[in-house]
Design a protein around this ligand. Sequence first.
Ligand code: AOS
Ligand code: ZN
Ligand code: ZN
Ligand code: ZN
Length: 426
Amino acid sequence: MIIGKDIIEQNNKSEVENFNSDFAYLSDKLTKSGANVSEIVNKIADFQVAIPSWALGAGGTRFGRFSYGGEPSSLEQKLDDVGLIHALTHSAGAVSLHIPWDIPSDVAAIKEKAASHGLIFDAMNSNTFQDQPNAKQSYKFGSLNAVNEDARAYAVEHNKEVIRIGKELDSKSLTVWLADGASFPGQLNFQTALSKTEQSLKEIYAEMPEDWKLFIEYKPYEPNFYSTTIQDWGTSFMLANACGDRAYTLVDLGHHLPNSNIEQIVATLMYKGKLGGFHFNDSKYGDDDLTVGSIKPYALFLIFNELVYGIENNPNNPYPAWMIDASHNIKDPLEDLIQSLEAILIAYAQALLVDQKALKDAQLNNDVVRAQEILQNAYRTDVRPLLKAARLQTGAALDPISAYRNLKVRETLISERGLNVKATGL
Ligand code: AOS
Ligand code: ZN
Ligand code: ZN
Ligand code: ZN
């Protein structure tokens, strides 16, 4: 299924009138307060978030997995799904692949397919947390940190293979997330595990082309519930520094212990020019991978406030690679991703509304109340007309979820692919 611009335009017709009056009201209000509305709309229109190939099927829990119906069963179909989201939102112009789940059989055809949807290949993801059927070594007791030197070398080689595949697809980065750690005290020597991880990452880094970046993801627990070798941003930051200039920390919103101040972590990393990648999701308890903005939208806004500040003020930090790392077992995965995109752009737009000059002034005067008011004024603004304006400008749907339903996308996918197909992935 392909959704053309004409179909979207047709579908938008019934909503344009409401949009026009909402936008006129908001735009007038914001302009009076000194905001540059068209600049903000352009920034929203430019913001692109990568969709991970493994979020296109209904996810599972360790208790079971239920297909949603019409799930993609090949890499081509996964690209088609991202293409559908991108056509409706014009904010998902990239896809993040996972090896070995997404090994392209015909690279040229895959690149052509991606280009036909206006998609680029963002960070490649390696997988040393599962043993594949033909595996020559096991990752049961670790991969880049493995005590067994053959298993460690095998994991390093896998990452090099992912770089080779990524090069063919014109990807420019590798994300390494490791399940490595210990389930019980005494299982691992912490220092040895860390030094092996450092050595392995350096070997992988050395294989990367000059224009590639390495993103090192951290996570406090799961699947190991006693310790994870790269447990926090500090460990990731230290390893990134050990590798070199093109190695960075990747922040996944679900990878923190309860009540961590993630916005402060973001600020610290950007200050040092080391925030490379970002995985969006939301959580109530742990790495829940819930729809972005569904649980703690104010925290998301505060994080975006630091991201916006860092993008403006830290030229030493590269523009971060954005990705949605959310998936679960109940909703239509495409609708879920569209909801996540909406939440991301809402938080971004709200952060763009923060009056940075006034905030600085309040801070310099220790006016705590005023500083809080400035942030909350931005957060409490209904910015959705700005998102709609951006989408109208780029030929996307004013209301992507209702367009998705009106155009019967899921029904069409089910009729094309069947009801009982399950996407490869988690
Ligand atoms: C795992 O918890 C991490 O969030 C990874 O970024 C990602 O979900 C995984 O690599 C998917 O395979
Ligand atoms: Zn992640
Ligand atoms: Zn995760
Ligand atoms: Zn997660």
